[in-house]
Write a protein that binds this ligand. Structure first.
Ligand code: AGP
Length: 618
């Protein structure tokens, strides 16, 4: 998730406005920043790695001439945070004539890049975005224009033709010395909003960027492009160029609310972002989806190391790798790794380290222990350029965008999506499950974002009601069998860390080996029970708890009438989700339950006491 912004002013210097707007968008990404303005037919650019204040200190982002410009604050997905990978990006011409900023993922960038390189284009960066200016140049050179857009500008027609070649998600903006008074923007999936003031026109990734300047907005929809100029604002459909008229809206958010896009807390915003993040994980580069399974396939032993929520993702992944790829993997809590495996890890070991931040000290320490004994290190992280990406032999980015809430939510489900894709790729390679099963899994994983979207839409109110009903309870059990044990652990951690309620998660089969002694009348027990191979025995566990007076909440499939009639409350998940993928949708109600329990108990979900977003101390 990056932040884009741009504007065209009636008079004055645009650079300070861009700089201030990017500061307001910094929460969307902060590993590099850049601006481009046009003045007197020339393009001026400043960009570098680092947070906005650091780059401003070095380059003075306010010192660019011109009344028209664009800017970008980056969260790296393709290409580590080096200056050359910072936006804006340019084509071949020197001095540059075209500058582009982009938020999203161009899925077909590798093919486009090869096509353009074969046509003689020279690329500077490793980003997917850089294909866009080169493509525009290629359209201009070969005079391929968008047949449907009869705007009096070859540059704009070539730009629309180039955008028509893009696949994937984008909110992008382009300026050029060839049409110095205009900005072209376009949107597919990644957010884009226009701001209208008397003396300027703005575009941005979200309202936060320009809210202090105007609250008159127009939201751009998917498949639309916009041409901004002095006293010019045209919205058209990319498919056929037809103009679209859309009324302005007045936004009554405070700047603080705008950063949360109207949500009361980042945690709730990030729970709601999961469908989009999950779609982004389905756009991983095949290169990496192929490379990691190669290492896993060859490994003599695979140990996964992580902490907290990331450890729960590893635990879930161990069931995926076992059931789909017939690969035994050992999830280990990172702080225990040295004690458990410090002597046995060796050159034949492969370590898969999972860390959203890529900076967790316990995880990095475990990796270092393994590296010293010549193990192969693989990484899964959300932060390209983090320490984990630098010490891994190969890493894969989960592309969730910054997660501001201390409690991991969208990054957990994104990790699970990536890990399940790795398990499926490995299953294909090993041929341990039928092609029919693989086809079904790949179809279902494509549906997961919509399923999660449906759960949020249909079950959020129910979770809020359940939080109200159970808010006085002083402790909870979270139970699951098989892969659902990982889901139960994650639900328990969420409730503990943001609502400060002691809760215990353990395999449902363990209940009779001790924990059931805690059950008294009305003791709340949450069961995660998808209709997988464990369901029959879970029903028995539910009966055990019920017989001792527990109040039972079940997260179960929508058709599961047997479980629904057994329990006190239930949350319905759409039917047909394979067990190995179930943690992704089944955890969402538990995230919402924890969030609303925190609200009911007057806790701050974004800033829970005693916790930090990234634990960089051992
Ligand atoms: C999860 O909600 C917590 N914030 C915490 O357990 C976290 O998952 C853990 O510290 C690991 O962080 P990492 O993924 O950045 O390594």
């Amino acid at each position: 998730m990056c932040g884009i912004f741009g504007c065209i002013m009636k008079d004055g210097k645009v650079a300070p406005t861009i700089h201030a707007a990017l500061k307001r968008l910094e929460y969307r990404g902060y590993d590099s920043v850049g601006e481009a303005t046009i003045d007197d037919g020339k393009l001026y650019v400043k960009k570098d790695t680092g947070k906005i204040d650091e780059v401003h200190e070095r380059c003075n982002l306010d010192d660019l001439p011109g009344r028209i410009g664009i800017g970008h604050t980056r969260w790296a997905t393709h290409g580590a945070p080096f200056q050359v990978n910072a936006h804006p990006h340019f084509g071949c011409s020197d001095p540059p004539r075209i500058a582009v900023v982009h938020n999203g993922i161009i899925e077909n960038f590798a093919e486009l890049r090869k096509e353009l390189e074969d046509a003689g284009h020279l690329f500077r960066s490793k980003t997917d975005t850089e294909v866009i200016p080169h493509l525009i140049e290629e359209m201009l050179n070969s005079r391929q224009f968008a047949a449907t857009v009869n705007i009096d500008s070859e540059f704009i027609n070539a730009t629309i033709a180039a955008i028509g070649r893009l696949q994937g998600s984008y909110a992008l903006a382009i300026v050029s010395t060839m049409d110095p008074g205009r900005i072209v923007c376009a949107r597919n999936e990644s957010p884009l909003v226009l701001g209208i003031a008397d003396d300027a026109l703005y575009f941005a990734s979200d309202v936060t960027a320009f809210l202090p300047l105007t609250n008159k907005v127009i939201f751009v929809e998917n498949g639309e492009f916009v041409v901004l100029g002095e006293d010019l604002l045209e919205i058209r459909r990319l498919a056929d160029g037809n103009p679209i008229s859309r009324k302005t809206k007045l936004v009554d958010w405070s700047p603080g609310m705008a950063e949360k896009q109207g949500y009361p807390h980042f945690m709730l915003k990030e729970i709601h972002e999961q469908p989009r993040c999950l779609r982004n994980t389905l756009r991983l580069q095949n290169k990496y989806l192929g490379l990691l399974p190669t290492f896993l396939d060859r490994a003599r032993e695979v140990i996964m190391v992580a902490c907290g929520t990331s450890y729960h993702a590893c635990l879930a992944a161990s069931y995926m790798f076992s059931k789909l790829s017939f690969l035994a993997t050992y999830p280990v809590i990172a702080s225990e790794f040295a004690e458990q495996h410090g002597k046995s890890v060796n050159i034949d070991s492969t370590i898969l380290a999972v860390s959203q931040s890529g900076e967790t000290a316990d995880t990095l320490s475990a990796v270092e222990t393994a590296r010293q004994r010549a193990a192969t290190i693989l990484g899964l992280t959300n932060v390209v350029g983090s320490t984990l990406t630098r010490i891994s032999r190969v890493y894969i980015g989960q592309q969730s965008g910054p997660e501001i809430g201390v409690a991991a939510t969208k990054t957990f489900t994104s990790q699970l999506s990536v890990l399940s894709q790795l398990a499926i790729q490995l299953a294909k390679r090993r041929g341990k499950i039928s092609q029919e099963e693989i086809d079904l899994l790949e179809e279902k994983i494509e549906n997961i974002p919509d399923i999660v979207e449906g759960i949020i839409e249909t079950q959020e109110e129910k979770m809020r009601a359940l939080a109200r009903k159970y808010k006085t309870k002083q402790s909870f059990f979270f139970l699951g069998r098989g892969i659902s044990y990982a889901t139960a652990l994650e639900g328990s951690l969420k409730l503990m860390e943001i609502a400060y309620i002691p809760s215990l998660a353990f395999p449902a089969g363990e209940s009779k080996h001790g924990p059931i002694s805690l059950i008294t009348q009305g003791f709340p027990v949450i069961f995660v029970c998808p209709p997988d191979e464990t369901r029959r025995t879970v029903v028995g566990n539910i009966m055990e708890m019920k017989a001792r007076g527990a109040s039972i909440i079940a997260i179960c499939e929508e058709d599961d009438e047997d479980i629904k009639k057994l329990v006190d409350d239930y949350v319905e998940i759409k039917r047909g989700i394979p067990g190995v993928l179930s943690p992704i949708p089944y955890v969402v109600p538990l995230q919402l339950f924890a969030y609303y329990m925190a609200i009911e108990r007057g806790c701050d979900p974004d800033m829970p006491r005693n916790l930090a977003k990234s634990v960089t101390v051992k």
